[in-house]
Design a protein around this ligand. Structure first.
Ligand SMILES: O=C(CO)COP(=O)(O)O
Length: 138
């Protein structure tokens, strides 16, 4: 599965701890992130992550481009609900595209945990069909 990690600054420690806790589950999947989030995760785990640009510089939009093409299977996006972000429109756009494509997205660690347990159980297997049959190819 293609999985993306994104965390705002005051949520990065929570993200790192979360990924450490579920590292064996994430291992073996294709992992993506915004710039700083991915750097922090890689510094603290053995995971290899494709890092896009930092969020405020366009990283959310780069991940959004994969969502628009229905190529992202799960997004864990720990947002800071108590601090305004300069790139708020990019964040809203990414979440909107997740809704357009029906992509599971967790915006807090409680939901992230449920989705990761579902991933572990194989509940995301249906996404393989999406990868197999791209729009226009069915
Ligand atoms: O701002 C972000 C998401 O909106 C996260 O970006 P960084 O991972 O580069 O800090």
């Amino acid at each position: 599965m293609n999985i993306a990690f994104i965390a705002h600054d005051r949520k990065k420690e929570e993200m790192v701890n979360f990924v450490i806790a579920y590292e064996p589950v994430f291992n073996g999947h294709t992992l993506y992130s915004t710039g700083t989030t991915g750097m922090r995760i890689m510094e603290n785990t053995g995971l290899s992550i494709h890092r896009f640009m930092s969020g405020p510089l366009g990283g959310d939009q780069q991940i959004g481009a994969l969502v628009a093409q229905n190529e992202m299977d799960l997004i864990i996006f720990l947002r800071d609900p108590l601090m305004a972000q300069p790139h708020e429109p990019d964040i809203i756009a990414l979440l909107r595209l997740c809704d357009v494509q029906g992509i599971p997205v967790a915006t807090n660690v409680a939901t992230a945990e449920l989705l990761v347990k579902a991933l572990q159980r194989g509940d995301f297997a249906w996404r393989e069909l999406v990868h197999k049959y791209k729009p226009g190819e069915v």
